[in-house]
Design a binder for this molecule. Sequence first.
Ligand code: CUA
Length: 357
Amino acid sequence: MDRGRLWTNGGASVSTRRRREAWLELRRRRALPALVLVLVVVALLAAGCAGGQPDIWRPHGSAGEEIRTLGIRMFAILAGVLITVWAILVYVIVRYRRRPEAEASQTKGNVKIEVVWTLIPAVIVTVLFLLTWQATAQIAMPDPGAQFTAVGHRWWWEFDFPDQDFKTANEVYVAVDRTTSIDVESLDVIHSFWVPQMGGKVDMIPGRVNHIHFVPLKEGTYLGQCSEYCGEQHGNMRFQFVVVSPEKYSAWTHHQAEPAATPAGAEAVAGGELIQTISCGGCHTIRGTPMKGTFGPDLTHFGSRGGIAAYTLRNTPENLYRWLQDPQAVKPEATMPQVPLPDESQRQLVAYLEELK
Ligand code: CUA
């Protein structure tokens, strides 16, 4: 090999150097538009992600409001610090830049300045601490004691109301302007209970009972979402958190405590008989029937819920049919097995379950 070729840079011809300079210039000119394009794409993606998601900047729960107010105050204080420091930095860079005519100067041993720049951060940190303390005290308001327990499962939510003697799944009602007090636990891995617009989240840990309480401030239907990665379907572990008037809440708990409705339509009647002869009762409970399984969601009032498979699908007969036909196609790794039945029988099961209002 001609070793001389390794050193051709040093002796590059004029035309080679020009070509390289032209190429570098082209790269310089392209870099800025490319950077702008990347920023625009990132901004658009971020905006797309925000669409349809619960908005933590518009909370409707006591804890959420405290956290938002604290967040805004902290942001304002820290933005003030950032702008002040940048302004001083720019001033110092310009004012004390190296000048050919001036001697290099250095400030040292100024006690007054040192005391001031030690005190200012101490005061800022104290203010931040007091604001956080105040918000924490507000969030930890008096607690009336848990009304129900939320239990995390891979990947669905169980809501257990021991006083009213019923359990339901993936949808829970609470009363507006009353303290909602919830114990949380898990039967498999660590999940996390979170209704973003109510504020606050709490880990659901196997073998331990954690707790959260807050006051829902506005009637409405809010999305709940598991916020601790718990496996493949973590993103599809959602529930509906419905805030209603105290009267409606009381009516809901009374209705949920009742046994399942008796099917009326011919198809639903056939489905109600069929479901007792196949293995559904091994995992599911339908109160008022022999089905008493506890591994899967309680289906007693399944038809009254808005979603299927922890809100992976909306609760419609077509979607329920799809779910029963092939749960793994809808929610891979879910423990719900396929129900191998002829089409007519599937339709009967769907008719029955949808009548369980
Ligand atoms: Cu349960 Cu993530």
